[in-house]
Write a protein that binds this ligand. Structure first.
Ligand code: 13P
Length: 250
């Protein structure tokens, strides 16, 4: 396994002033954690400030979404090239975008291809709803999201997959480490079948109610290469502790 990757998804939280405070509180602790990739994904409006504050550190920056076109009459959208001025990562296909904003695996596929073309590393999110799990369709749903989301790329260098079961997000009820491992292993197999054996090295992150208290349970799983963290990434002490624990698990 390459070094684990811990990604903070701040979602729609934080004015520029608040982002400044969060980064100031986290930066010293995070900078001291070695052997693990660290990425902060603030709202678009805070990207410039956060990137300035993190200059010269080994803490990466990501956006939470983007549009797939380079420029033009797309009011309200942000292009890959605009993000590339500040970020090296972009979260794509988050379940909140799928359920609230009409994102589909087809639109995710356009975005993944456009992000790669712009030199950004996509973190493509997949995951089943509770009813899909309860009716035995979780695997088929996730397989479909993985394969359709990657339909526009011929290699997956630079891509990470975040397995985030929808029912575990923001619920305080994380998936069991065994269930998360089973799906992460399956995703590695699907990637390897589709893109060839080296694709089994693609980082697969787990997301959904990750905290400093359960991170080790996930990092101990063979196919889980890191975490995509929501709520806990807004608490500087907790996020630093979580990142430190992930580094110690290697
Ligand atoms: P929580 O960590 O708040 O459950 O959010 C997970 C998530 O959606 C990260 O993208």
């Amino acid at each position: 396994m390459t070094q684990p990757l811990i990604v903070a998804n701040w979602k729609m939280n934080g004015t520029v002033a608040e982002a400044r405070q969060l980064v100031a509180a986290m930066k010293p602790g995070l900078a001291g954690v070695k052997g693990v990739g660290k990425v902060l994904c603030p709202p678009f409006t805070a990207l410039a400030t956060v990137s300035e504050m993190l200059e010269g550190t080994d803490i990466g920056i990501g956006a939470q979404d983007m549009y797939h076109e380079d420029s033009g009459a797309f009011t309200g959208q942000v292009s890959p090239g605009m993000l590339a001025e500040f970020c090296s990562y972009v979260i794509l296909g988050h379940s909140e975008r799928r359920s609230l904003f009409g994102e589909t695996s087809q639109s995710v596929a356009w975005k993944v291809a456009a992000a790669k073309a712009a030199g950004l590393s996509p973190i493509m999110c997949v995951g089943e709803t509770i009813s899909e799990r309860e009716t035995g369709r979780a695997e088929a749903v996730v397989d479909g999201q993985v394969l359709t989301g990657l339909v526009g790329v011929s290699n997956i260098d630079g891509v990470s997959i975040a397995y985030e079961p929808v029912w575990a997000i923001g619920s305080g009820a994380a998936a069991s480490p065994d269930d998360a491992q089973a799906m992460a292993s399956r995703i590695h197999q699907v990637l390897s079948d589709r893109f060839g054996p080296p694709a089994a090295e693609t980082p697969v992150l787990y997301g959904g109610s990750v905290t400093d208290e359960n991170i080790l349970d996930f990092m101990g799983q063979l196919d889980i290469d890191g975490a995509l963290v929501g709520g806990a990434s807004l608490k500087p002490d907790v996020f630093v502790a979580l990142t430190r624990a992930a580094a110690a698990s290697v």
